[in-house]
Design a protein around this ligand. Structure first.
Ligand code: ZN
Length: 415
């Protein structure tokens, strides 16, 4: 599978996790539900899933001691459908009521075909079931106000998410039909849907472009690029000496504080269960963690062609320049001298280029999941990522070569 296909087929974290699970299953990995007791056998590959939106896969080689962990996230900034979503404008239009999920660049979501995807919870005779849905057609759009009616449009116009960012669903004939459409997609009646987590997503396939086809653009490159590369590298790894762990978290874009985010016990619970499965005492588990190494992989900013002044003066990462090693003295990134040295040695062995990322000293930059995860699993960690432009735009841009560098790095990390 190629990155742009994976992104297109993963409009939400639920879909990304389902697609990752399918690839793992096809490669022979066994599913361990969190709700059951686990038997972990050396030499096998397993995966587990929490909330249908976060996944951890692992391989336990014979005699392995330490964990090697690669973590990324599958969620992206979007708009989430509220309950009772339909809103009628003057008896003429049907719009949908949504709230922000994460920090997107508003303007990029306007005047572009959108649709809706996520999961619905369906009532069954005994209990209920979850269905993934994706209305796979151009369905919605958030129209701009004409420049003639808003002369400030190009002067830093401030958008209000409750009024300016609601998508149009149809003419008045569309009234009372949105949830019916979702139900039909799920193959059930509307009154069977008793819960939902539905998100807007930008339509359109990613594209390869530039004078030498050196760039890619697509929605959700942050962080599906790292998640996909992590998965591919995990599947390609051979002759591992350590316990390989691939973690794909949800909710990074909203601070990771959820049952399935990096701040949760998902990773520590899974590592504990692996260690118990291997017959460890608690002390043996801690000794494994102390010997472990973790990579937190989330995209970072490339030098911007129109705004080179936004980048740190002495570290100038570019698209296609290799993997970013991210530093922050305030520990927004976990990298230190030791974890950096380990990272550089893995790059050297894998023959993968890397470049250094710092925020400008007068700019805060974004956080990520490494330092959050550390509060649960205190393994030595480095923060890395791939360089991109327009982070949190509905349509982001990255280097066409970089994803392959990350795959090679992950393969070496796990080999
Ligand atoms: Zn990210």
């Amino acid at each position: 599978m190629q990155l742009l296909d994976f992104i297109e087929q993963s409009p939400t974290a639920f879909h990304a996790v389902k697609n990752a699970a399918d690839l793992l299953k096809a490669a022979g990995a066994a599913y361990l539900p969190e709700s059951q007791e686990w038997k972990v056998e050396p030499g096998k590959t397993y995966y587990t899933i929490r909330n249908a939106s976060a996944l951890i896969a692992f391989t336990v080689p014979e005699g392995a001691h330490a964990f090697r962990i690669f973590a990324a996230h599958a969620d992206s900034p979007s708009f989430k459908l509220k309950e009772n979503p339909e809103l009628v404008t003057e008896g003429k239009y049907v719009r949908l009521n949504v709230e922000r999920y994460g920090g997107m660049i508003y303007s990029t979501w306007l005047d572009r075909p959108l649709s809706v995807a996520g999961r619905v919870i369906v009532r069954r005779e005994n209990g209920f079931a979850t269905r993934l849905v994706n209305i796979d057609r151009d369905l919605l759009l958030i129209p701009n106000v004409a420049i003639h009616m808003n002369r400030e449009a190009n002067e830093g116009f401030k958008m209000n998410p409750q009024t300016d960012l609601l998508p149009l669903f149809g003419g008045i004939e569309a009234k009372d039909r949105f949830m019916k459409l979702i139900a039909a997609e799920a193959g059930v009646e509307e009154d069977q849907i008793i819960g939902h987590d539905l998100f807007l997503y930008p339509r359109g396939r990613g594209t390869v472009w530039g004078a030498d086809n050196e760039f890619i653009s697509a929605p959700r490159i942050d962080d599906l690029e790292c998640a996909f590369a992590g998965l591919m590298g995990f599947l390609q790894a051979e002759k591992a000496k350590n316990i390989s762990v691939l973690a794909i978290f949800d909710n990074e874009e909203v601070g990771s504080m959820s049952r399935q985010g990096a701040a949760s016990t998902f990773l520590s619970d899974t590592l504990t269960r692996i260690s118990e499965g291997l017959g460890d005492t608690k002390s043996a588990y801690f000794s494994r963690i102390a010997a472990s190494y973790m990579i937190s992989a989330d995209n970072g900013h490339a030098l911007h062609p129109n705004h080179p002044e936004k980048t740190d003066p002495s570290n100038r990462p570019v698209l296609n320049g290799g993997i970013l090693l991210k530093y922050s003295a305030n520990q927004r990134y976990t990298t230190d001298g030791v974890s950096a040295a380990v990272f550089k040695e893995i790059c050297r062995k894998a023959e993968v280029p890397y470049q250094i990322f710092f925020n400008r000293s007068d700019m805060l930059g974004g956080g990520t999941l490494g330092n959050i995860s550390l509060t649960q699993v205190p393994a030595m960690t480095a923060d890395i990522g791939l360089a991109q432009l327009a982070m949190h735009s509905a349509y982001e841009t990255a280097g066409a070569k970089d994803e392959a560098y990350m795959e090679r790095f992950v393969k070496e990390l796990f080999s």
